[in-house]
Design a protein around this ligand. Structure first.
Ligand code: ZN
Length: 517
C-alpha cells in the first residue's frame, strides 16, 4: 500500500511541474530498439561501447525476462500486447492453426501465413496491440524492422494511422513510394545483416521522425540472432555483428543529439530472447512418431509445432501419459508442460485450479501451462516441451548449452534463453542506475503507456516498471519473492522444478530444471 501511495503522489507532482516547464523544441517520444537475440553478457565496453555508455547514462536491468517459448515471434507478440501467449495466442515461431492447415504447422516468419491466420480464424492476436491502443488516442506507432516479414508484421499488424517499414514491404502499402524516395531501394539480406539493420535505422532517422512523427517507434534489428544462429556465440563474425549493431545505436544517439531531440527521447534497448550453444539432437517429431496414428483422410493425427504437440483425435489421457512418459525418459528433453490439473470445487460447483495445484499439469511429473502462461483456450496444444540445458561453456568460453540441434539458438526454458537484455535511458528514466528487480518483455507496453499518460488496459498482464522511472518509487520499496515448485513422476525418476520470481503479483518464469534418477 505504501508503494502505491508513493507512486501516485510522485506522479501527481510530475504532472503539475510539467505545465510550468518551457515547451521543448521537440515533443517527447519513445524509441524501443529490439536487438534480436542479444544476451546481457554480450553488452561489454569492449564489444558494445555505445550501448554500455547508454546504460551508464540511464538504467541497466539485471533480471529481465523473455517469454517462454523463448522465440522471436512469441516475444514480438508479447512486446506489443503486454501479455503472455495464453492471452495473445501467438504460441510459437511455428504455430498450429487447423483453420489454415489441419495437418501441419505454419511458419510465422512469413507475413502471408499470419494474414491467413487472421483471415480464417478471424483474429491473429486475441488482445489489442500497442499500435491499436495508441491510434484510439490519436497517437501513432511506427515499426521499422530488418527481421522477417512475419516478425515485423506482428509489431503493428493493423497499422492504421501508424506504419510498418520493412525491406520487402510497407504498411500502409501506399507509403512504399515515399520510403523508396527517402531511403532508396533496400539492400539484400546479408550475414551480418548490417545493411538492412542500417536501413531500418535510417527508416526511423531519415524518414519516420520527420514525416510520420511517431509517438512510439519499435525498431527491430536482426543481429546478433541471424549471425549467431549460423556462426555460434563468441565467434568472430558474431562479435562483428554486435559491434555493427552497437555502432548503429551510437549513430541513433548522435543524430538525435545533433538535432536537439535526445533529451526528449526515451530510448529502451531490449532483446526478444537470450541465446545458447546447441550441442544435442532433440528431434521431437521422431520421439512422438511411435504414437502417431492416421486420421480417416490418411493424415497423421498428431501435429508437432516446434515444442508443441497437438493430438488431433479426441482426448485420450492414456495416450497423453504414454507420450509424456516416453519424453521424460529421454535426457535431451527438458521441461514438459500440460494443461493445469483442475480439481472439482464443491463449494462453487465448477472446475477451477486449486490454488496449491497451479504448478501441476494433468500428467504426473509435468508443470501446468499456467507456469509458462501458454494455456490459450483456442490455440494451445496438449503437451509443450523444452529442450534440456546446461551451464557448460562453448569453445569460445560462452556459457549455456541446450540439447537442440544446430550451432546456436534459443527457445528453451534455460536461464540463458530466458534471461535477456533491458537497458533504458532518457528523460523519464533514472540515471546512472542498476535495477535487480525482475522485469519482462510483457512489461514494456504497459510502461510505454504510463510514459504516454495513457491508462493500461486490463488485457495487459505486464506491470509498469515504476521503480525505473524518475517519478517512481525506489527499488528498495519493491517486494520480490522467489519460488521453486517441483513436480515428479510417481516413481521419482523425473523431477522438474520451476523457478519463478514474483513482483507485486506479477510472476516471471526464471528457468526450469530437470533431475533424472
Ligand atoms: Zn529472435
Amino acid at each position: 500500500m505504501r508503494v502505491v501511495l508513493a507512486a501516485i503522489g510522485v506522479s501527481l507532482l510530475a504532472a503539475s511541474t510539467l505545465h510550468l516547464r518551457a515547451q521543448p523544441a521537440h515533443p517527447r517520444t519513445h524509441l524501443v530498439i529490439v536487438v534480436d537475440g542479444l544476451r546481457p553478457d554480450s553488452v561489454t565496453a569492449e564489444v558494445m561501447p555505445r550501448l554500455t555508455r547508454l546504460g551508464q547514462r540511464g538504467i541497466v536491468f539485471t533480471a529481465h525476462h523473455s517469454v517462454f517459448p523463448t522465440v522471436t515471434r512469441v516475444n514480438a507478440a508479447s512486446l506489443v500486447t503486454g501479455t503472455y501467449p495464453e492471452s495473445h495466442g501467438l504460441l510459437g515461431n511455428d504455430v498450429y492453426v487447423p483453420s489454415v492447415n489441419a495437418s501441419a504447422a505454419l511458419d510465422t516468419g512469413e507475413r502471408k501465413n499470419l494474414e491467413a491466420v487472421a483471415r480464417t480464424d478471424g483474429w491473429l492476436l486475441g488482445v489489442p496491440t500497442l499500435g491499436e491502443i495508441l491510434q484510439r488516442d490519436g497517437r501513432t506507432l511506427l515499426a521499422v524492422s530488418s527481421g522477417s516479414t512475419g516478425s515485423s508484421f506482428l509489431l503493428n499488424p493493423t497499422a492504421g494511422t501508424g506504419a510498418v517499414i520493412h525491406a520487402d514491404y510497407t504498411l500502409p502499402p501506399e507509403l512504399g513510394a515515399r520510403v523508396l524516395a527517402a531511403l532508396g531501394p533496400a539492400p539484400p539480406h546479408a550475414t551480418p545483416n548490417d545493411p538492412q539493420n542500417q536501413r531500418a535505422i535510417d527508416a526511423y532517422l531519415k524518414f519516420g521522425i520527420e514525416q510520420l512523427r511517431p509517438d512510439v517507434t519499435l525498431m527491430w534489428l536482426n543481429d546478433p540472432d541471424g549471425t549467431a544462429h549460423v556462426n555460434g556465440l563468441g565467434a568472430p563474425l558474431t562479435r562483428r555483428s554486435l559491434m555493427l549493431v552497437d555502432a548503429g545505436i551510437g549513430r541513433i544517439e548522435d543524430t538525435l543529439r545533433s538535432e536537439g531531440r535526445l533529451d526528449q527521447t526515451n530510448i529502451i534497448v531490449t532483446s526478444d530472447h537470450g541465446f545458447s550453444t546447441e550441442t544435442g539432437r532433440l528431434m521431437l517429431s521422431a520421439l512422438v512418431a511411435p504414437f502417431v496414428r492416421k486420421m480417416d483422410d490418411g493424415s497423421p493425427d498428431v501435429v508437432v509445432a516446434e515444442g508443441a504437440i497437438y493430438l488431433r483425435s479426441k482426448t485420450d489421457p492414456a495416450r497423453m501419459q504414454s507420450i509424456v512418459a516416453a519424453l521424460q525418459r529421454r535426457p535431451e528433453v527438458g521441461a514438459i508442460f500440460t494443461q493445469a490439473r483442475r480439481l472439482f470445487d464443491p463449494v462453487n460447483a465448477n472446475e477451477r485450479p486449486a490454488h496449491d495445484k497451479l504448478f501441476d499439469g494433468i500428467v504426473p511429473g509435468t508443470l501446468s501451462f499456467d507456469v509458462a502462461r501458454w494455456g490459450n483456450r483456442a490455440r494451445s496444444g496438449d503437451i509443450l516441451v523444452s529442450a534440456n540445458w546446461s551451464h557448460a561453456a562453448n569453445s569460445a568460453g560462452v556459457p549455456g548449452t541446450t540439447t537442440q540441434e544446430g550451432v546456436a539458438g534459443h527457445g528453451t526454458s534455460s536461464p540463458y534463453d530466458i534471461h535477456n537484455t533491458l537497458i533504458a535511458a532518457g528523460p523519464d528514466f533514472r540515471e546512472h542506475a542498476t535495477s535487480e528487480i525482475p522485469t519482462g518483455n510483457i512489461d514494456l507496453a504497459p510502461t510505454l503507456l504510463q510514459l504516454l499518460g495513457l491508462p493500461v488496459p486490463q488485457t495487459m498482464t505486464g506491470r509498469v516498471i515504476r521503480e525505473a522511472l524518475r517519478a517512481g518509487p525506489t527499488a528498495a520499496t519493491v517486494r520480490v519473492d522467489r519460488l521453486a515448485e517441483t513436480v515428479k513422476t510417481s516413481d521419482g525418476s523425473y523431477e522438474l522444478t520451476a523457478h519463478t520470481s514474483v513482483v507485486e503479483g506479477h510472476r516471471y518464469l526464471d528457468y526450469t530444471e530437470v533431475v533424472r534418477h
